[in-house]
Design a protein around this ligand. Structure first.
Ligand code: GAL
Length: 561
């Protein structure tokens, strides 16, 4: 059954028939105790105002969160993003509020937010500076967490600018914050904002409750789809996983970044964005200027039936069951035995789309409710078709009978399947993190065989810069071997550089570096010890140039290769 999901998700155009799901003993996703049992909901200042925030504006936002009905719809956190702090710490080394913008201080800000029945969120960065070059928390971790606790903070968005010069692996860095937060004795959610550095893969749930899966989202629909693909598709992981759904559960969530609803071209795009985020069990952090919110936008972000999909207690992230060109169908099995199904047309041509109920474990006559219209559409036998969906249009329905046995979801991939063992080619194992262009598997990026120094290699990865891939390693692996070099057919005459790093992009611990290579240079042999490492990052950089990791394999000290 697993293979049927995989094949279908790899090959666009295949309808995924999951009838075998009915027999599968679908394993429950592991839930964690603690806060964020459902995806956090709130409003964050960044998408609307960037660093142009002050206490009067934030108070107005708090007031509107209440008067607009947002708070009652579930938006509980008001998060102040970058720009709240003064450029210098005080004599005691503590963070202080910007004296002009926040003259009453950050404790007073929190008190106001709490007085409205909301929770208080704040931004910091684990680099020595924030992304806006204000004081970061590096080497002030406990002091800053103590300040936040004293101010009544409930939610910390922790950014990662300049973290690459901390000299710490991300896991080492986050362990410091995790402990510092615990030391305060106050429950504060930690939102890992690291542009999609693979927290789902290396154990982000040990440190925080949500982690970014993408770079920053922008107020246009292509950016929304791009970020959505990092969580719901193969934007950040090997296609065999069919998205990141298996790495989310009650207590920890994939975060394709904050909402741009209200900032897009029109209501059609705003609604598509909101439905997609709800299906992906994404944190719902509104990012529009609430002072100018139209009724249409308010109605979108407060629709109770759509929010209920996002906040469903089963916490199963939605996943794609169909993709053909610009047409997509997602399924999200829910706690009460029903499922949410989302039909989306990302492209220009109008589309008809059909869901066979058997694909989501249902059969016979099935009740269908339209969640935006908030009305029952009727009962349908075996399938449901939506007709003539225009560009960015979608239909979001809830199907099945509430109170029946929970419907099965797909089966997660087991860690053994995505862990590299000794005596294997890495290109044969699904990578767990990808940034930049996806590598070509056992091919050069030009689609032909991998050729280096005039010899062709059956196994390896063909990359187009910039390309970052992370693999999980098994304890049997002692050495990594490859031949690296630029592809002769590379379309540009730029230099390229290969590096292997321990664990992640911010740790900065390179264990191999090719230096700059030119097209026509002899390929370079890579043969390094990787004993005891859990994760390896392969990085290829340059400008549009093609690079090959030929014959890329993991070996034990006594390998037969
Ligand atoms: C970025 C982050 C944004 C915003 C900004 C503030 O790194 O991804 O969401 O927080 O920094 O400077």
């Amino acid at each position: 059954m697993k293979n049927s999901i995989r094949r279908a998700s790899v090959g666009f155009g295949c309808l995924i028939i999951l009838t075998a799901l009915l027999e599968s003993c679908n394993k429950p996703i592991e839930a964690l105790p603690g806060p964020a049992r459902t995806p956090p909901m709130g409003w964050n200042s960044w998408n609307a105002f960037q660093e142009d925030i002050d206490e009067e504006k934030m108070k107005r936002i708090a007031d509107i969160m209440v008067s607009s009905g947002m708070r009652d719809a579930g938006y509980e956190y008001l998060v102040l993003d970058d720009g709240w702090m003064a450029p210098e710490r005080n004599a005691a080394g503590e963070l202080v509020a910007d004296p002009v913008r926040f003259p009453s201080g950050m404790k007073a800000m929190g008190d106001y937010i709490h007085s409205k029945g909301l929770k208080y969120g704040i931004y910091e960065c684990r680099g020595y500076l924030t992304c806006q070059k204000l004081p970061g928390s590096f080497e002030h971790e406990q002091t800053d967490m103590n300040s936040f606790a004293a101010w009544g903070v409930d939610y910390i968005k922790l950014d990662a600018c300049y973290a690459e010069i901390n000299g710490r692996l991300t896991t080492e860095d986050l362990a410091i914050y995790h402990e510092a937060i615990e030391n305060t004795g106050r429950e504060m959610i930690l939102s890992i904002s690291d542009f999609g550095n693979g927290a789902w893969a290396w154990g982000g749930k040990n440190y925080g409750q949500l982690w970014r899966t993408s770079g920053d989202i922008y107020p246009w629909i292509e950016s929304v789809y791009h970020c959505g693909e990092t969580s719901g598709g193969d934007g950040a992981i090997h296609p065999d996983f069919s998205g990141l759904w298996q790495f989310a559960a009650p207590g920890y969530w994939n975060d394709p970044d904050m909402l741009q609803v209200g900032n897009l071209e029109n209501g059609v795009e705003d609604r598509a964005h909101f439905s997609l985020w709800c299906m992906l069990a994404a944190p719902l952090m509104a990012g529009n200027d609430l002072q100018q919110m139209s009724d249409t936008v308010r109605d979108i972000i407060t629709n109770p039936e759509v929010i209920a999909i996002n906040q469903d207690s089963r916490g199963h992230q939605g996943y794609k069951i169909y993709k053909q060109g610009d047409a997509e169908i997602y399924n999200k099995p829910l706690a009460d035995g029903t499922a949410a199904v989302f039909f989306l047309n990302k492209g220009e041509k109008p589309l008809d789309l059909t869901l066979q109920f058997s694909e989501i474990g249902l059969k016979g006559k099935v009740k269908v409710r339209d969640l935006w219209k908030q009305e029952d559409v009727g009962t349908f036998k075996d399938s449901f078709t939506v007709g003539n969906l225009g560009q960015h249009e979608h239909i979001l329905i809830r199907v099945g009978k509430s109170g029946s046995k929970p419907l099965p979801g797909p089966e997660p991939m087991s860690p053994e399947e995505y862990t590299v063992k000794a005596d294997s080619y890495l290109s044969e194992i699904p990578y767990i993190v990808k940034r930049g262009d996806a590598p070509a598997i056992n091919r050069s990026y030009n689609g032909a065989g991998i050729v280096l120094n005039g010899e062709e290699y059956a196994y390896g990865l063909g990359c187009k810069s910039r390309s970052v891939i992370i693999y999980k390693l098994d304890k049997t692996v002692d050495r990594l071997h490859a031949l690296v070099g630029l592809d002769e057919t590379s379309p540009v005459d730029e230099t390229g550089r290969f590096r292997v790093l321990i664990e992640d992009a911010f740790g900065g611990r390179a264990i191999f570096g090719s230096g700059k290579m030119d097209k026509g240079d002899d390929a370079m042999e890579l043969d390094i010890e990787v004993k005891g490492l859990d994760f390896l990052l392969l990085e290829f950089t340059g400008k549009g140039v093609f690079g090959n990791w030929a014959d890329l394999r993991a070996e034990a000290d006594q390998s037969d290769y």
